[in-house]
Ligand binder design. Sequence first.
Ligand code: PLP
Length: 590
Amino acid sequence: MKSKRDSKSADAMRIALGSDHAGFELKKHLAAYLEESGHEVEDFGSFSAESVDYSDYGFKVAAAVGERKFDRGVLACRSGIGMSIAANKVRGVMAALCRDTESAKLSRRHNDSNVLVLAAGFTSEEEARHIVDIWLVTPFEGGRHSRRVGKISQFEEDRAERPRDVAVRPGASGGSEPWSFQPRAVREVDAELFRLMQLEKKRLAESLVLVASESIVETAILEATGNIFSPKYAEGYPGERLYPGCEVVDAVELLAIERAKQVFGADHVNVQPYSGTQANMAAYFALLRPGDKILSMRVEHGGHTTHGCDSNFSGRLYKPLRYGLKRDTELIDYDAIADIAEKEKPRLIIAGGSAYSRLIDFARFKAIADSCGSLLMVDMAHLSGLIAAGIHPSPVPFCDVATSTTHKTLKGPRGGLILCRRELADAIDEAVFPGTQGGPLVHVISAKALCFKLALRSEFREFHVQVVSNCKALAAELQRLGYRIVSGGTDTHLLVVDVRQKGIDGADAWQWLEEAGILVNKCAVPFDEAGPFGGIRVGPLSLTSRGMKEAEMATVAEFIHRVLRTGPDVSGLSRIRSAVREFCSGFGGY
Ligand code: PLP
């Protein structure tokens, strides 16, 4: 029931009304009275004197007020107690049970109540009208009461930020607490998007994410990624922009550059690439001409699409030559690289990839590149966090250019990064802008600055020591369960499991595992002629961010084994899904 008087008074409010059966008559009376007084009234029920549950109506009215769809709410039940308890469970609601005008006045002046609860069994219609009148016109006094009321609101906010089904654990994440992502402004303006964000949080909390490139990042990284710099145009570089008003963003970019230099010990850093692919594109643009030969690792042996695949610009613009692993050890075949390089004299040799689990000998790559006059580029997209932590040897002393993502093991925002020798600085910068990109994403650069700061901390190193240790534990446990690990094991944050050797296709394994809430990548196994996906790539970066250690890796391996034995049996996978969910509930999330 909605109504407006022709001439609404200045103090007219939007008022939500509700009652149970015992308060029905009083609410009906007040609805008419409030409408008559010029307020906009909506009656949320109940709509008869038939017995109902007060909580149902208390929640409806409280939610409408808590979500600020209404200015105030008025509730009635026999004693007013049940309604008050129900309404006060709802976020943003201060419900006050008032049986006289004095308490109504105080509930406004001192407590800033926004829901008035009336006791229909003890309050006459006339008393109720007086109480409502006083309550509606009395202002909140503020002052010391603001502080007290503020503490209640803060308490409520803090609780709302931690989903009850996710246990809070200080993760070995190398920085501030990562477990409280709560986009308040989004919640205010877009309930649907907010709901999807909550769903993603739940998905992450309930799954074993073993995608080697995905981690849980600090809340500070999420905040820095979407911020005041987002709309700013800043084409160019610090001190030489094509837009005005860049003095602050100059400082941000310089901060990111200086910190990245410190992290990696590089001569020159470009922090503008939008992604790893953009970083590679810019590096090629700076170093190569169309048709030049590039020598890189086969994708089936762990290389990346942007290193010369037919389907990628790199394979169309340049002439790709391939190297790979040795058949017996599945380690990089440096002798073969040297032979190909000697014969073909590629302009560029690329080291690094997406699925190679062993240490890479950058000094050896450098020697090969030097021997045939090639340039050396290292794509350290997967390894950059380990390199920053000093766990994997650095390519910087050996390569001409190193490219990276900032969102994998570096645990920063989605983005790219280029390091290079001083002599190549101008070529690289020009290749990024204006060569292959437009205005930089200054907000993302600000988050990169933060990520480099976090990467300099001792906690970051400790975190990655744990990642590699977890990865080794996972490999050992899978081997114990009878699985063959490609390259004989791992020295890094990832490993490849050969599932075809168990008569399973990697693509099937990938799907069954996803059904059970275990997320991995399907991938190739070197020298496998039977099909493109003989294996799965797994990595414990995300699980380590949630505080898991070697003991948990044994459980995770056991889960994988159970799934692969279960196969496509839907009910079997669903039972494992429940067990995975239960296991995950003991660890933190966003
Ligand atoms: N280089 C390597 C080695 C990668 O693994 C990836 C991403 O998987 C990229 C480049 C591309 O990064 P992005 O997805 O940011 O474009």
